[in-house]
Design a protein around this ligand. Structure first.
Ligand SMILES: C[S@@+](CC[C@H](N)C(=O)[O-])C[C@H]1O[C@@H](n2cnc3c(N)ncnc32)[C@H](O)[C@@H]1O
Length: 347
């Protein structure tokens, strides 16, 4: 009989119920959970769960609760020795806090903070000789790397786990893309676009023509321009002057549905980030991408769910997108998405 699997999962605050329902039916018994953090046990030893709203997943090996980080680290050592005597080395150490607020509330952004950075350094120093191959904590893992995960549910309550890195989110600490923009981004959509592009794996190259619907004020366009692309921004609102004046940028001041199809000719990539209801957004995109002049290879569509109770509507949105006869449709709540999901559609 196979060993039971203990899973520890991170998600956005508010998405826990959807994560739990995504796991339902696969034999998972829910255990400790907090906003943004879910643990569960599977007696049949199932693979780690995957789901649209699961940002990171690891095999849990234990937890510890103490005000003193030295005591916490001793607990980690003990648990590694007890649970994992045969596999002595980890390629990476990832340490991050679970989200403490819904994304964007009071300016909250997910990812490594000052406390988790300090904890990461302390754990690394304490266990590097015996357990780690990495010279620093919180590096981006390579596919195939074994990662030791430490989630700070709060500064005095840590969960320990392990996972094998494979796709991009599983390579980033806590599933949050580490990115240091060269200039102050015009809006947080810069990070959302950067993450969507990396996660999708789309082969977006300098010189490619990309259209963004819902482009103002221009955070995402800033990222696209930084990547060397030719960018058309479609939005009735004003673009930030730094984007508007860029030689590789053209602003079309219009609503997407009102534009003649020829405006999209030659464009390879479409980003959509308009604050319009999903069904209406999909209707406008359908008219554009199913038109005979369309040359789009990939679409990155942000859809606002409204609230997590409406996540069930995603099946309908996916069916609509599939009716365009794409090669592949993937959907994920990106770490930088508020109550939204991102569709990566390969045409
Ligand atoms: C969340 S903001 C976009 C942020 C932007 N992507 C960025 O990077 O800064 C949503 C935008 O959608 C625009 N919008 C709403 N309806 C639209 C439509 N039908 N066509 C194009 N843009 C639209 C709004 O004017 C607003 O600027």
């Amino acid at each position: 009989m196979s060993e039971p699997t203990f899973a520890m999962l991170c998600c956005a605050c508010g998405a826990e119920q959807v994560v739990k329902s995504e796991m339902a039916g696969a034999g998972w018994r829910l255990a400790f959970s907090r906003p943004g953090f879910v643990t569960a046990k599977n007696d049949a030893g199932a693979e780690l769960p995957v789901g649209v709203f699961i940002r990171s997943a690891a095999h849990s090996i234990g937890q510890s609760h103490d005000e003193d980080s030295a005591v916490q680290i001793s607990a980690l050592r003990r648990q590694l020795e007890e649970k994992n005597p045969s596999v002595l080395l980890f390629d990476q150490l990832h340490v991050w806090p679970k989200d403490r607020l819904p994304i964007g509330r009071f300016g909250f952004e997910p990812g490594i903070d000052e406390v988790s950075r300090a904890v990461a350094a302390e754990i690394h120093e304490a266990i590097k000789t015996q357990w780690l191959r990495c010279d620093l904590p919180n590096r981006i893992a390579q596919p195939g790397d074994r990662v030791l995960d430490v989630v700070l549910v709060d500064p005095s309550h840590w969960f320990f786990g392990t996972h094998l890195a494979h796709d991009w989110p599983s390579r980033w600490p806590g599933g949050v893309q580490p990115i240091e923009p060269r200039y102050e981004p015009i809006s947080r959509a810069y990070y959302k676009a950067a993450e969507a592009i990396a996660w999708s794996g789309f082969d977006m190259q300098a010189g490619d023509l990309v259209v963004e619907i819902g482009s103002a004020p221009g955070g995402a366009c800033g990222r696209l321009l930084e990547l060397g692309m030719q960018v058309i921004g479609i939005d009735p609102a004003d673009m930030d002057p730094r984007i508007a004046a860029h030689p590789r940028f053209r602003h079309i001041r219009a609503r997407a549905g009102d534009l003649p199809r020829k405006e999209y000719q030659g464009a390879k990539w479409l980003l959509v980030d308009s604050n319009v209801k999903p069904d209406k957004t999909l209707f406008s995109i359908q008219n554009i991408v199913t038109h005979r002049v369309s040359e789009f290879r990939g679409l990155l569509i942000t859809l606002k769910i409204g609230d997590y109770k409406s996540a069930g509507l995603m099946d309908r949105w996916t069916q609509t997108i599939e009716s365009w006869k794409p090669q592949q449709v993937r959907v994920r709540q990106l770490a930088r998405n508020k109550c939204e999901v991102c569709y990566a559609v390969t045409m």
